[in-house]
Design a protein around this ligand. Structure first.
Ligand code: ATP
Ligand code: MN
Length: 339
């Protein structure tokens, strides 16, 4: 699922911030962000840009220079990140829809509706930090089309369906801050993928190194089925190794049956992890009912890592036992600490 970085959204509410005269806090879907007083009104449609948007250098975005100027490779731009203003967490940016007037055709402009993705029209990309060489690797092919990618939706984008989730029984794991790793065996072919590509085997590539260390090819071939295992690669050289681990390790969170095109349920997943003697991501709760509000959920996501109690955890991943619902709740405390 591609992230809609900039989309048309309705402003659900605008509230005062204690002690602040010129700014207020707007709510858009499950997101809260600081706006100038009087700039928008409740019920207005506007362009909402999510955090991690990388905006092009343009006159209309120059006000972001001081807070958000960043380079991505050779490209210059403005990167939106989580900030705090007058004690209020602020995530993203609202822009008036009229900014699109000279960027799309008049009939397209008139037809704009809530949810429409306008990232391309505005030249907005997703900010991606640089990837170290041992993790990037050489491409053998695109990400296999018979396996889903490991993306998780953010809770702030799930306000409409959230009330329906109350009926389900969930389990909660800690979201680890590393690099997504996929291992599969399909019709006798063993493959190793990073988040977006199938990797050629090499001596130095970190994903292949751990695959050999864990004897994944041998183990997965034993199962005599076409399956895929997905986990987070963490440790030395990855995302600054916040957990201060020695070496590199994979903590697994998915098992996918390629023939049946379905994720294994929690029980089936646990069984396969035990059989292969592989580690799972840390479990926070096995049986969990979700809180009343998204704000409560966001506070619950803050806390220390189970892997290293000195590290702030990135957040949580929430799934129902049948593995048909899955989403992430990122800790704002963690996001505020990021550079
Ligand atoms: P964005 O959604 O902002 O584009 P992203 O694509 O890098 O960011 P993440 O925010 O890293 O995605 O969230 C999804 C990723 O979380 C998965 O790709 C997976 O690699 C990783 N992950 C870490 N821990 C877990 C966990 N416990 N359960 C599931 N996924 C996890
Ligand atoms: Mn993603």
């Amino acid at each position: 699922m591609e992230r809609k970085l900039a989309s048309i959204q309705c402003i659900y509410s605008i509230d005062d911030i204690p002690g602040a005269d010129n700014i207020q806090v707007a709510t858009v879907k499950g997101w809260k962000l600081v706006v100038k007083k009087g700039e928008f009104e409740v019920g207005d449609n506007a362009i909402y840009c999510e955090i991690d948007s990388f905006l092009p250098i343009r006159g209309e975005f120059e006000f972001l220079r001081k807070s958000s100027y960043k380079k991505m490779g050779d490209q210059e731009g403005f990167r939106l990140r989580t900030i705090k203003l007058r004690g209020q967490v602020s995530q993203g940016l609202l822009l008036p829809i009229s900014i699109l007037l000279d960027k799309i055709y008049a009939d397209q402009y008139k037809a704009l509706k809530i949810g429409d993705d306008v990232s391309e029209a505005l030249g907005i990309l997703k900010y991606e930090p640089p990837i170290p060489a041992e993790l990037s690797g050489v491409m053998k092919g695109g990400f296999p089309n018979f396996i889903p990618k490991t993306d998780e939706e953010r809770i702030q984008n799930l306000t409409e369906v959230y009330p329906n989730f109350r009926k389900s029984n969930f389990y909660v794991t800690e979201k680890l801050d590393g690099s997504s790793a996929t291992f599969y065996i399909n019709n006798g072919v063993f493959g190793v993928c990073s988040r977006n590509i199938d990797l050629l085997e090499s001596e130095g590539n970190s994903f292949w190194k751990v695959a050999r260390q864990l004897k994944l090819e041998e183990k997965m071939k034993e199962s005599e089925k076409n399956i895929c295992l997905q986990g987070e690669l963490i440790g030395e050289g990855i995302q600054g190794n916040p957990y201060k681990l020695k070496g590199q390790h994979v903590y697994f969170f998915n098992a996918f049956d390629i023939d049946e095109q379905r994720y294994l349920s929690l029980n089936e997943f646990a069984e396969i992890m035990e059989w292969f003697e592989l580690e799972t991501v840390p479990f926070v709760f096995n049986d969990y009912s979700i809180p009343e509000t998204i704000d409560e959920f966001l506070s619950f996501a803050e806390g220390k890592s189970i892997l290293n109690p000195n590290a702030e955890r990135e957040g949580l991943v929430i799934r129902n036992h049948a593995r048909t619902i899955s989403f992430k709740v990122i800790s704002n405390k963690f996001l505020l600490k990021q550079e």
